[in-house]
Ligand binder design. Structure first.
Ligand SMILES: Nc1nc2c(ncn2[C@@H]2O[C@H](COP(=O)(O)OP(=O)(O)OP(=O)(O)O)[C@@H](O)[C@H]2O)c(=O)[nH]1
Length: 298
């Protein structure tokens, strides 16, 4: 898949409508309203949603009362249905044990000790939960994922990649010489530059990639199914696009560039902290070699 391909539907990946990076109004969803995973949500679109303790579940609830694959929720024509996957603590809808059931707006689905609420796309509550989810997981300035949520997602992607022996790469992107931009044009104008860069990152990533703002002028993109080589070409395209963009902070044309460090999942680099440290080390080299460049881990 190229960086511009898009898949039809994802959970926890679409952004609510409203801002520049936000997608059109969403479909129905389930939200954890009690217990482990509180606040977490999953959209129910074209793909069924797997709820369970497995890192690979679309709605991951890390509690011992939840089976690895607990239940599946999907759209069936105009209806939404839930199917228990022979969970140890059988799925209940509004306190009734079920093997399969049709959901209606506001239904409570008990998954072990956690409770999910089903919210149909027509519900006025849907928008409220969209906003809560957005606030908890996204950076307010750029609308990319925030650092905390990125940390959760990277753990999940690493587990998935290791289990299926699939490649996974991480890019850390740092704006070059950003302090002089702030000093010359002011912080608010600097914020506008960061928003522009976020938009460029957003335009370059695939649907399955995970883009976040992880620091003041630092961004990260996690690339599933990419090795160092594929991540390198993605990073090079992004670097070139940013360097070629006409920024005009305070009305003055100015070239803005980024440095990018890349690391890929490997035997010696199989945890979040190691992957982040390796990408950081590569970024440090990109900076020390003159900036506006991409460096791979050693
Ligand atoms: N406008 C704005 N600036 C920020 C934000 N967060 C951090 N910064 C600024 O980003 C700048 C980072 O500067 P440095 O870490 O010195 O790095 P740099 O000038 O980009 O230089 P190199 O990274 O070495 O290329 C500082 O001026 C911070 O104040 C933010 O949210 N908005």
């Amino acid at each position: 898949m190229t960086p511009h391909d898009s898949s039809p539907d994802t959970t926890q990946r679409t952004l609510p409508s409203g801002g520049p990076l936000r997608s059109p109004p969403r479909t129905a969803c389930v939200v954890v309203i009690h217990g482990e995973g509180l606040g977490r949500r999953a959209d129910i679109g074209h793909r069924p949603v797997l709820v369970g303790r497995s890192q690979e579940a679309d709605l991951h609830i890390a509690h011992r009362s939840v089976s690895r694959e607990h239940c599946r929720i999907w759209r069936d024509g105009d209806e939404y249905r839930v199917h228990d996957l022979r969970a140890t603590n059988t799925t209940r809808v509004n306190d009734q044990i079920i093997s399969e059931a049709t959901l209606t707006d506001g239904d409570h689905i008990a998954i072990g000790e956690s409770i999910l609420k089903f919210i149909s796309h027509t519900s006025v509550e849907a928008r409220y939960h969209e906003e809560i989810y957005q606030l908890a997981t996204h950076d307010a300035l750029t609308e990319l994922y925030n650092r905390r949520h990125f940390s959760e997602l990277i753990e999940r992607e690493i587990a998935r990649a290791l289990r299926h022996q699939r490649p996974l790469a991480l890019c850390i992107i740092d704006v070059d010489l950003f302090k002089p931009v702030n000093d010359r044009y002011g912080h608010a104008t600097g914020d506008g530059v960061l928003q522009q860069i976020a938009l460029l990152i957003h335009r370059h990533v695939r649907n399955d990639d995970i883009a976040a703002r992880i620091g003041g002028e630092e961004f990260a993109v996690l690339l599933p199914e990419c090795d160092n080589y594929a991540a390198g070409s993605f990073a090079e395209r992004l670097r070139e696009a940013i360097a070629a963009t006409r920024f005009a902070p305070g009305g003055e044309p100015r070239q803005i560039t980024v440095s990018i460090g890349i690391a890929a999942l490997s035997e010696g680099c199989g945890t979040r902290s190691r992957l982040m440290a390796a990408a950081d080390a590569a970024l440090y080299r990109a900076k020390s070699q003159g900036r506006n460049r991409v460096c791979l881990e050693d």
